[in-house]
Structure formats: structure tokens, C-alpha cells
Design a protein around this ligand. Structure first.
Ligand code: UPG
Length: 456
């Protein structure tokens, strides 16, 4: 049998990168004759979190085997940083890097280029794969239902001139094929990316059949490979956050509500005060990842506050010292894995959703941007796995969610023995089984490998 090589072209964003690299590792574990080269697009705004992650992965992969390697691309210095414009500009660099690889590995027993795996926002890279005469696979980092939503909206936009802007404030609903329930048309759809998905040989989706059976079965072509949940649950968050983790060790079982809003999530001071008020009134123990918004107009990650008292109500930290902790960037996986955590107030980034399911912790939804409103709808209405604080909040709306509303959501979330809590625990077990030998995701990953090897 011949050796095969895949080239992964990935986005410099943690929410996309981590799961894609984990898929690469899973594929390599399953097939000895496969090797993978990872190209992470590079831009001057790429933050240190992404750079450190790539370096740590490079270091750990070179000590284990040479079947996974990371190649640096030249840094793009262009001011604008939209995913699609970056992909267009970086096409020549990707082509050059792949040419170098194929030229340096031209002996008979060198691996043959078998395809590209492309981040969901980088469809222009399909052109590069075509130039090499190999198939493309899209790596879709969100849910199968939202993939179906993107494909559906693209179709009605192209065929029926559907304009999402017209439905911004409307009460109409859309019959999205990947959902059982009609979706409020005001939930913002993502256009432009889906148009080229049909050209891919397949779409790898970070989900699992037992979670999204309706959505997964709603697709016709191209083939869908639901291989998840793909999570980096090996990372050791404990060592860098000893004090917080020890504090959690001292809290009773399922007693702490954890609040965390993803790699880009932050709130202005007025909203921070409402959250603080809700936490204090509810009386629940809490761990809150609170981050400073970047200056307006700058598309960079929030930073940690040197002193969060700047924005918290006066005396809040003193009054809540027995029941709560406020921190910056949190070791989310280690926190969700901790038995003291009883609920998670989340922005519903898809990785956070999957992590909460994996650890059996129910979510209260508070979406902020991108497809998070859709994820909140899916979790609350479609799957019945979450309670609602908000489903259609957007962080650029200027709306402040008040203390009472947040407190109600937290109380509902933290209720013991609720039906939702039980349902989430059951889904947690199913998520683990999906990855095991004979599980659904294990099966789909096998199909993907067969498909890749058949391309040679
Ligand atoms: N995380 C931490 N500590 C923090 C904040 C985040 O460890 O303080 C981790 C978290 O465990 C998760 C990741 O960072 O693994 C965040 O991923 P996700 O929950 O998906 O949120 P975003 O970073 O916001 O992800 C982007 C989009 C989101 C989309 C996701 C996958 O914002 O809408 O669903 O990518 O496509």
C-alpha cells in the first residue's frame, strides 16, 4: 500500500486550530501510512496564544514521530484581516510550500499528496488543491446543524434573492432542513462561505451522530464525516492555575457556576456590573472569567484585567470572597472537568458546547457573535440540553441584559436533579462512546481514511 500525505491549511484562531490539529492526530493514530503537514496562515495580528500553541504542538510532534509537521508561512502584514481576504492573499505561499514538499519528496517510497484539509473559512484554497490535482476536504469547526443552515441560506440567497438584512427585526421563521424546529429569521446567517462547499470531496464536522442525528441525516452531498467531539482534553490547565484549582477542590459537588465567554468574549463595564449583581443576589458559588474588551475597532483578543476591581461594583470582591473567584483567561477544560462545577454560563462557541457536553455540565446560553445565536437556539430549543439567559443577544447591539434576567437564568441552570442536567449527563456518555472503537465517530473517521487512501 502506498504512503499518503494530507496538507492541512488552518486558521490562526484557537477555536478553529485546536480541533483541526486534534483531527490530524486522530488520523495519524489510525493509519501508519499517513503523514500530515500543517500550514497555519499567518497574519501580523495573530496573538501569542496561537503562536505558543503552534510552537508547543511542533515541539510535541517532533518528539513523537515525523508523520506530523508544522511549516511556517510568511507573515501577512496587510491591515485588513478577514478570513477570506487573508486566504486569497496567502494562496501563492501555500502553493509554494506544497510545491517544496512534493519536490523534496519525489522518491518512490515518499508519501503521495492525497488531498487538502481546509478550514471552513478558507474555501479559496480549493483552487490550490485543484492546481495540484488533489481533492479538498473542508474542516467545519461548528455544528452540523449550522453547516446545514449556511448551505440553506446560501441556496435561498442565490436562487430566491433572500436578503438576511430584511429580516433583522422580523418575526418570520425559516424552515431550515438541518433543524426540526423553524428558526427565527432574525438570527444572523453567515453568507459567502458555503458557496464552494459543494466542490469539496467531503466535509469533516466536529460533532457526533448521537447529538445531531437529524442534522447529519439531512445532508445529501458532499459526504459528511461527523468525527467528534474533537477536543484537546489533554491540556493541563491545573499547573498554571493552582490557586483557583485548589479553591475548586474545597467547594461542594456541582455547587459552582462557571462563567466564560470564549477566546474573544468580553463585556463593557455596565454589563459587568449587572452580572456581578446577579451573582451576588443568586448566592451561588461562582468562578468568573472576566476579560477587558479591546479598544473599539481593533480586532484583537481581550486581555486580562490587572485589577478587575476597576470595573466591578465597589466592594464586590470582598463581599463574595467566601463564595466566588474572578479570574482572566481560565483553564476551561480543567474547570469543566472539576466535580465542583454545576453549571456553565457560555457564549455557545461550538468548542465550549462540546466541552460542556463531554464533561456533563449544563449550559445557560449567552451568545455574542458569529454563529453563537444559532448554537444557542440549537441547544435550548432543538436539543433541550441548555437553559436560556439569552438566545439572540449580540455584543454589538448595545443592549444590556439586566441583573434579574441573568439571576433567573443562573437559578434555572443550577437547579439540582433537573431533567436537563440528566439529559446532559446522558449525552456526555454518548459523546465518549462515539469516539470508542465501534462508536459512530470512530466509524466515520475510518470512512474518511478509506476515502483519502482511495484517492491515490
Ligand atoms: N478557552 C479557555 N479559557 C478561556 C476562554 C476560552 O480555555 O478563558 C478555550 C475553551 O476551552 C475552548 C476555546 O478556548 O476550547 C474557545 O472555543 P469556542 O468555545 O468555540 O469559542 P471561540 O473562541 O469564540 O470560537 C470561535 C467562534 C465560535 C465558533 C468556534 C468554532 O467565536 O462562534 O463556534 O470558533 O468554529
Amino acid at each position: 500500500m502506498e504512503k499518503a500525505q494530507l496538507v492541512f491549511v488552518l486558521a490562526p484562531a484557537m477555536g478553529h486550530l485546536v480541533s483541526a490539529v486534534e483531527v490530524a492526530r486522530l488520523l495519524l493514530n489510525r493509519h501508519d501510512l499517513l503523514s500530515i503537514t500543517v500550514l497555519v496562515l499567518n497574519h501580523s495580528s495573530v496573538n501569542s496564544g496561537v503562536r505558543n500553541y503552534v510552537e508547543s504542538q511542533r515541539a510535541s510532534s517532533s518528539t513523537i514521530s515525523n508523520s506530523l509537521r508544522f511549516i511556517d508561512l510568511p507573515k501577512d502584514e496587510h491591515e485588513s484581516f478577514s478570513f477570506s481576504s487573508l486566504a486569497e492573499r496567502q494562496k501563492p505561499h501555500v502553493k509554494e510550500a506544497v510545491l517544496k514538499i512534493t519536490q523534496s519528496e519525489s522518491s518512490i517510497d515518499s508519501p503521495q499528496l492525497a488531498g487538502f484539509v481546509i478550514d471552513m473559512f478558507y474555501t479559496p484554497m480549493i483552487d490550490v488543491a485543484n492546481e495540484f490535482g488533489v481533492p479538498s476536504y473542508i474542516f467545519f469547526t461548528s455544528s452540523a446543524a449550522s453547516l446545514g443552515f449556511m448551505l440553506y441560506v446560501q441556496k435561498i440567497h442565490d436562487e430566491e434573492k433572500f436578503d438576511p438584512a430584511e429580516f433583522k427585526d422580523s418575526d418570520s421563521e425559516l424552515p431550515v432542513p438541518s433543524l426540526v424546529n423553524p428558526l427565527p429569521a432574525r438570527l444572523p446567517p453567515l453568507l459567502e462561505n458555503a458557496r464552494r462547499y459543494g466542490e469539496a470531496k467531503g466535509i469533516i464536522v466536529n460533532t457526533f451522530l448521537e447529538l445531531e442525528s437529524h442534522a447529519i441525516e439531512s445532508f445529501k452531498i458532499p459526504p459528511i464525516y461527523p468525527v467528534g467531539p474533537i477536543l484537546d482534553v489533554r491540556s493541563d490547565g491545573r499547573s498554571n492555575h493552582q490557586e483557583i484549582m485548589q479553591w475548586l477542590d474545597d467547594q461542594p459537588l456541582s455547587s459552582v457556576v462557571f462563567l466564560c465567554f470564549g477566546s474573544m468574549g468580553s463585556f463593557g463595564e455596565d454589563q459587568v456590573k449587572e452580572i456581578a449583581c446577579a451573582l451576588e443576589h443568586s448566592g451561588y458559588r461562582f468562578l468568573w472569567s472576566l476579560r477587558r474588551p479591546p479598544p473599539p475597532g481593533l480586532l484583537v483578543s481581550p486581555s486580562d484585567y490587572e485589577d478587575p476591581q476597576e470595573v466591578l461594583p465597589k466592594g464586590f470582591l470582598d463581599r463574595t470572597t467566601k463564595i466566588g473567584r474572578v479570574m482572566g483567561w481560565a483553564p476551561q477544560v480543567a474547570v469543566l472537568a472539576h466535580p465542583a462545577i454545576g453549571g456553565f454560563v457560555s457564549h455557545c462557541g461550538w468548542n465550549s458546547v462540546l466541552e460542556s457536553i463531554w464533561f456533563g455540565v449544563p449550559i445557560a446560553t449567552w451568545p455574542m457573535y458569529a454563529e453563537q445565536q444559532f448554537n444557542a437556539f440549537e441547544m435550548v430549543i432543538e436539543l433541550g440540553l441548555a437553559v436560556e439567559i439569552k438566545m439572540d443577544y449580540r455584543n454589538d447591539s448595545g443592549i444590556i441584559v439586566n441583573c434579574d434576567e441573568i439571576e433567573r437564568g443562573i437559578k434555572c441552570l443550577m437547579e439540582h436533579d433537573s431533567k436537563k442536567r440528566k439529559k446532559v449527563k446522558e449525552m456526555s456518555e454518548r459523546s465518549r462512546m462515539a469516539l470508542m472503537d465501534g462508536g459512530s465517530s470512530h466509524f466515520y473517521l475510518g470512512n474518511l481514511i478509506t476515502d483519502v487512501m482511495d484517492n491515490l
